[in-house]
Design a binder for this molecule. Structure first.
Ligand SMILES: *Cc1c(COP(=O)(O)O)cnc(C)c1O
Length: 389
């Protein structure tokens, strides 16, 4: 099996393992090698082997990851970057010009908001955030602002709001906006934004795609070949590429994405159900709960409900801090999407950069990245944390 084209005919888990991951033709090594090289020997001047010249422009290990990413997101082209924000930056620089407007949900990842506000702002890019869960609000803002980019993130962080990609893409396309979906939380296993009508998907592969909290990375995936050329040029000319070891680790992580997401989702559902109705908890934010306001939409748009959930503590700020610090299996750390469970106190950790903005998060909220340990151990851990309050 050397030809895996067209991967589109194969199932997700098969593509996760095989797309771009052909065995090494010289040795038969099952796992593609890590090409730790910065440059490539030419046969004669300009006669390149496999098109490889200098590793900022292309490296076989990065190409293998990019092929894998494009296949999983049902995209034509994918580009891998040194981090999620590097990917977002390259995409936005390829698309935006002074005077353009970006419209986002009012609960996007804080780093994305900071990137547009503080890096693109001084270049005369305008930013507006609105409640995109309300389609009438979204339509009004799109028609009034005529943004170049509509930026969606669903489920959102940390309140797990789910927005309707298909409906918003239709509204955005009617005013000529490019629709970008940050698919970091859902992953392509749970949600396929390009199939649902988005133009571009971005990822922090640092999270579920890498999946083991051992590597940073980001990606841009699209079916728009003209835009792909521009992103590729920015990747090459500005240079925020992923290194070969990082690309290899990410590819390795992706091979188990399907089984991990099944387990993350099952464990998160078990914890959400255990927290629901607990006297120390005023609210559980998990789209897998029938009580979640976007449950029906999530069930339609996503294969499963994912591994992220948040809870609001009845005891407010003090209880939230105490709970976050009392867990034993869940480690107190930023980030998410790894095999190990993590607990985060957004208002002082991941969301500290958006304090004082419209994205500010209540100090009674704790966010859990539910790992793939035994569900019983995770449930026991949150229960002992709540009992100690
Ligand atoms: C972490 C994250 C990012 C940024 O990615 P980095 O790899 O940290 O640069 C972007 N979007 C979401 C939803 C994230 O969770």
């Amino acid at each position: 099996m050397t030809e895996h084209d067209p991967h589109i005919l194969q199932g997700f888990a098969t593509r996760a393992i095989h797309a771009g991951q052909e065995f090494d033709p010289t040795t038969g090594a099952v796992t593609p090698p890590v090409y730790l090289t910065s440059t490539f020997v030419q046969r004669s001047i300009g006669d390149l082997r496999g098109g490889y010249e200098y590793a900022r422009g292309g490296n076989p290990t990065r190409d293998a990851l990019q092929t894998q990413l494009a296949s999983l997101e049902s995209g034509a082209r994918a580009f891998s970057f040194a981090s999620g924000l590097a990917a977002e930056d390259a995409l936005l620089r390829a698309v935006l010009r002074p005077g353009d407007h970006v419209l986002m949900g009012n609960d996007v990842y804080g780093g994305t908001h900071r990137l547009v506000r503080r890096i693109f702002g001084p270049w005369q890019v305008e930013l507006t955030t609105v409640e995109l869960g309300d389609l009438a609000v979204a339509r009004e803002a799109l028609e009034r602002l005529r943004p170049r980019v509509l930026w969606l993130e669903t489920p959102s962080n940390p309140l797990m709001k789910v927005t309707d990609i298909t409906a918003l893409a239709e509204l955005a396309h009617a005013v000529g906006a490019l629709v970008v979906v940050d698919n970091t939380f859902a992953t392509p296993y749970l949600q396929q934004p390009l199939v649902l009508g988005a133009d571009v998907v971005v990822h922090s592969t640092t999270k579920y795609l890498g999946g083991h909290s051992d590597v940073l990375g980001g990606a841009v995936v699209t079916n728009d070949l003209e835009l792909a050329e521009q992103v590729q040029f920015h990747q090459f000319a500005a240079g925020a590429v992923s290194g070969p070891m990082d690309a290899w680790l990410t590819s390795r992580g992706i091979k188990t994405l399907a089984v991990r997401m099944e387990r993350h989702s099952a464990n998160a559902q078990a914890i959400a159900e255990a927290l629901q109705g607990h006297p120390a908890v005023t609210r559980v934010y998990y789209p897998g709960l029938p009580e979640h306001p976007d449950h029906a939409l999530a069930a339609r748009q996503m294969r499963l409900f994912g591994g992220m959930l948040s809870l609001e503590l009845a005891g407010g700020d003090a209880a939230a801090r105490a709970f976050a610090e009392s867990l034993r299996v869940f480690q107190l750390a930023e980030s998410l999407g790894g095999v190990e469970s993590l607990v985060n106190y957004p208002s002082e950790m991941t969301h500290a950069s958006v304090r004082g903005t419209e994205l500010e998060v209540s100090d009674a909220i704790v966010r859990l990245s539910v790992g793939i340990e035994d569900a019983a151990d995770l449930v026991a851990d949150v229960e002992q944390g709540l009992a100690a309050l």
